[in-house]
Design a protein around this ligand. Structure first.
Ligand SMILES: O=P(O)(O)OC[C@H]1O[C@H](O)[C@H](O)[C@@H](O)[C@@H]1O
Length: 513
């Protein structure tokens, strides 16, 4: 497909944004903005499906947001979004469509893939229910990495309150077998179900771990590999060759970091059950509809994605900190790291032309309040301004009194402190303030709201990637290290350092057994 997007820095809106930044935005003060405008909270906050977002403590005014909307329109973000939902091959470097949204859409007779999606979903959910009902299975081990690990791991933790009791879920990703070893020590072969999760079924880490798990299983006297191993993959043939007969497939138009909604979600379906898994998909679908249909001005993923562009390319902010004030969301920052940094961490456009402006920021963070006692010092008083994203949940899932109010109070207080500061204090006690943050509120952390929160971020990343003109759905940057690792693995065995740089050669010699 010819990419119809216009290079964002060649638009009139880009020039206007530069001008706005030069002529005032650099000295924009949030405290004044609130003092001057009673309606600021209402203007810059909104309810989207299952997610409320307050953007008012960000360094924007109505004029800037308007110019950002103009930028999106001039760049062709809407047409690009519609092309994704029309199933066009917008992942042009891999010549693939991008249809993870179809995995959470109701049956659609018009879409050629919808039938297969729903057949697979039904089979997978039936299997999940079967595993849930099978009391002999006490442990489920997901073996996968990247998109085949971070999504299900994050979501299983996030929805722990809904998790089936009496079964343990484990996630093994690293090729470092300390991880596999620690899990295997807790298992009995007859009580274990291994899920080998890999889109390609070739990933070194996953295949190595899966083979070692199979060896362990057989050495421990396990039999019936067919009953104790299942595969989640687009490469059903490779799974069969591995000896796995229970496979749940998906399609090349599902990117790894967008695959939680596919068979890769099986650990989550086992954890929370078919009905709740369907609710999880429905929550994401509601956000898809919002993204497709709402005008840009009331379109939350679009507003967030454009804010990201404003911060990265005009303010020059190089990172964003994620602060979920809910311990069940502790893996959410790691999940977002892959989603955003693997999608938009590119320095060429979709045609391979170098981009003269900055793209993906660094994402990082920890659950609150823990982060407050570690790195928030730098957020409040460091030399860099780092936009912070708070996520708070109104209703707790526990009944222990006195905690949740304090948790929420801390989230609010941190956002307030970042903005208000204490500029008169002087010296070490001085807080400059005027530090931006976004505040998300969920009524409860449940399947629907989690689905919506994730889809919101997918579309937000789509929006900034679309403005930047990059292919957000490939990941060529992970290839070089993989190729070099296989060369170095041979050299580690042989000791051959010919042709290596001095550092790699020196370290290789030091690391050889
Ligand atoms: O699911 P797999 O094919 O095993 O891939 C697992 C992961 O590894 C790759 O190197 C990519 O960087 C990720 O996008 C992917 O999710």
């Amino acid at each position: 497909m010819a990419d119809a997007r216009k290079r964002c820095d060649r638009t009139a809106a880009w020039g206007q944004l530069q001008e706005r930044f030069r002529s005032g935005s650099a000295s924009f003060d949030l405290r004044d903005a609130f003092a001057q405008d009673d309606g600021r909270f209402a203007r810059f906050s909104q309810q989207a499906p299952h997610v409320f977002a307050d953007l008012s403590k960000n360094l924007i005014d109505a004029g800037t947001e308007q110019a950002l909307m103009a930028l999106a329109r001039e760049c062709g973000v809407e047409a690009h979004r519609d092309a994704m939902f029309a199933g066009e091959r917008i992942n042009n470097t891999e010549n693939r469509a991008v249809k993870h949204w179809l995995l959470r859409a109701p049956r659609d007779a018009q879409d050629p893939d919808s039938m297969a999606v729903h057949e697979t979903l039904e089979a997978m959910l039936a299997y999940a229910e079967h595993v849930r009902a099978d009391a002999t299975i006490t442990d489920v081990v997901n073996i996968g990495i990247g998109g085949s690990d971070l999504g299900p791991q994050m979501a299983v933790a996030a929805l722990d309150a809904f998790r089936i009791r009496g079964k343990r879920l484990h996630f093994v990703s690293n090729i470092d077998a300390h991880e596999l070893d620690a899990v295997l020590q807790q298992l009995r072969p007859e009580g274990t179900l291994f899920l080998v999760a890999s889109k390609t079924f070739t990933t070194l880490e996953t295949m190595t771990n899966a083979r070692s798990a199979r060896v362990w299983f057989q050495q421990q006297g396990g039999n019936e590999i067919a009953r104790h191993f299942a595969a989640l993959t687009t490469n059903v043939e490779a799974a069969r060759q591995f000896g796995i007969t229970t496979t749940f497939g998906f399609w090349d138009w599902v990117g790894g970091r967008y695959s939680l909604w596919s068979a890769i979600g099986l650990p989550l379906a086992i954890a929370i059950g078919a009905q709740r898994f369907s609710a999880f998909l429905a929550g994401a679908h509601a956000m898809d509809q919002h993204f497709r249909r709402e005008p840009l001005e009331r379109n939350l993923p679009v507003r967030l994605g454009l804010l990201d562009v404003w911060y990265r390319d005009f303010h020059g902010f190089a990172s964003r900190s994620i602060a979920p004030y809910h311990s069940a969301l502790r893996r959410f920052p790691a999940y977002l790291q892959q989603l955003e940094m693997e999608s938009n961490g590119k320095s060429v456009d979709a045609q391979g032309q170098p981009l003269p402006f900055a793209t993906s920021p660094v994402l990082w963070g920890e659950a609150g309040t823990n982060g407050q006692h570690a790195y928030f010092q730098m957020l409040h008083q460091g030399t860099d301004r780092v936009p912070v994203e708070f996520i708070a949940v109104r209703e707790p899932a526990h009944g222990i009194p006195g905690h949740h109010e304090l948790l929420l109070a801390n989230a609010l207080a941190q956002a307030q402190a970042l903005m208000q500061g204490k500029p008169d204090a002087g010296g070490h006690r001085n807080f400059s303030g005027n530090r931006p943050s976004t505040f998300f509120v969920l009524d409860t952390l449940g399947p629907e709201s989690l689905g919506a929160l994730i889809a919101l971020h997918e579309h937000r990343v789509f929006t900034s990637g679309s403005v930047w003109g990059i292919d957000s759905f490939d990941q060529w940057g992970v290839e070089l290290g993989k190729v070099l690792a296989s060369d170095i693995a041979q050299r580690l065995a042989s000791g051959d350092t010919v042709g290596l740089d001095g550092s790699t050669a020196g370290l290789l010699q030091r690391l050889r057994p």
